[in-house]
Design a protein around this ligand. Structure first.
Ligand code: F6P
Length: 351
């Protein structure tokens, strides 16, 4: 068989192990693997490179993606030429004589793979990735473990300096719609509070509760505080404009400064010295952790098995400790958000 593979959306550690998993498993079937560069953009343009054992054998510990990535959406017409990019995707399939395409990505990239399968009849399977861990139908996605590990390290470093100066420190982590990164960082780092996008509808109450708690811990003698905030927290509400959305309709959050807003809120209401730290894209780089190496490898290899079982329209997912095929359409149909039970659980440790 001739298999195409691409990585789309925001990069994260684990993509290279997944590409390696695809190529190494494909070798067992004597398949040829073609890597398309920079996500769906590579398929639209027919920008591809062959992937051999030599290309992948040393990449398991490397961050990023050897194929490059982009947030290109073929279901949006080309802004400059007005061209139908889906037609170009179909043309590339024919030109490269692909028997199947393995899309590695989050809900946007996999949403495209799902549509190409259901609407255009193209043989696509999916491999889930996202540091946000918000993809439905899989227990975890690779990228999450590495990014939270980095964020927990940041909390520990911030604690040292916060303690020395009796400061309240606010750490902003990634997560536009789902707060899993912030939640796990706060619990595993032993933070004093967490603010999540899932609480946006009641953010004022959460801020009041946070303030009361921070004052309480200061009363009992704790000389510093650490608050973790997810970048998608809205305070105050900002109007979305056309220019601030990417091709999949998500807000571009590069200038929002939610950490500063939360720190100012704490300072204005307590008079305490506050500082902020935004780790941003640092969470997306660096070598994948053991967990992400294993998960990337396993789902990548499984995708090739799904192709050979002709299970198109499926995604290789982690369910319990098994890697299984799940319905791609269902997986991209809704986002896995932090539940109220998890929020209650996190609050047990804010004492
Ligand atoms: O979708 C993953 C993610 O890391 C989000 O948590 C973050 O908001 C976004 O990507 C940032 O995207 P970009 O790299 O395009 O700025």
């Amino acid at each position: 068989m001739r298999l195409g593979v691409l990585t789309g959306g925001g990069d994260c550690p684990g993509l290279n192990p997944a590409i390696r998993g695809v190529v190494m498993r494909a070798l067992d079937y004597h398949d040829e693997v073609i890597g398309f560069r920079e996500g769906w953009a590579g398929i639209i343009k027919g920008d591809a490179i062959p992937l051999t054992l030599e290309d992948v054998e040393e990449i398991i510990g490397k961050g990023g993606t050897i194929l490059g990535s982009s947030r290109t959406n073929p279901y949006k017409k080309d802004k400059e030429t007005g061209k139908d990019r889906v037609a170009e995707v179909i043309a590339t399939f024919k030109k490269f004589e692909l028997d199947a395409l393995i899309g590695i990505g989050g809900d946007d990239t996999l949403g495209v793979a799902s549509k190409l399968y259901s609407q255009e009849g193209l043989p696509c399977v999916g491999v889930p990735k996202t540091m946000d861990n918000d993809l439905y139908c899989t227990d975890f996605t690779f990228g999450f473990d590495t990014s939270v590990t980095l964020a927990v390290d940041a909390v520990e470093r911030l604690r040292d300096t916060a303690k020395s100066h009796r400061r309240a420190m606010v750490l902003e982590v990634m997560g536009r719609h789902a707060g899993w990164v912030a939640l796990y960082t706060a619990i595993a780092g032993g933070a004093d509070w967490v603010l999540l996008p899932e609480q946006n509808d009641r953010i004022e109450k959460e801020l009041e509760d946070m303030l009361a708690h921070l004052q309480e811990i200061r009363k009992r003698g704790k000389r510093y505080a650490i608050v973790v905030v997810s970048e998608g927290v809205e305070l105050p509400k900002k109007t979305e404009t056309e220019e601030e959305l990417d091709e999949f309709g998500h807000m571009l959050l590069k200038e929002r400064g939610i950490a500063d807003a939360v720190a100012n809120y704490i300072k204005d209401n307590t008079g305490w010295d506050t500082r902020t730290a935004v780790i941003g894209h640092m969470q997306r780089g660096g070598p994948p952790t053991l967990f992400d190496r294993m998960l990337g490898t396993r789902v990548g290899a499984k995708a090739v098995d799904l192709v050979h079982e002709k299970k198109f329209g499926q995604m290789a997912a982690l369910v319990g400790n098994e890697i299984v095929g799940v319905d791609l359409k269902e997986a991209v149909g809704k986002q896995k958000l932090v539940t109220e039970d998890w929020i209650k659980f996190a609050k047990i440790f804010f004492k």
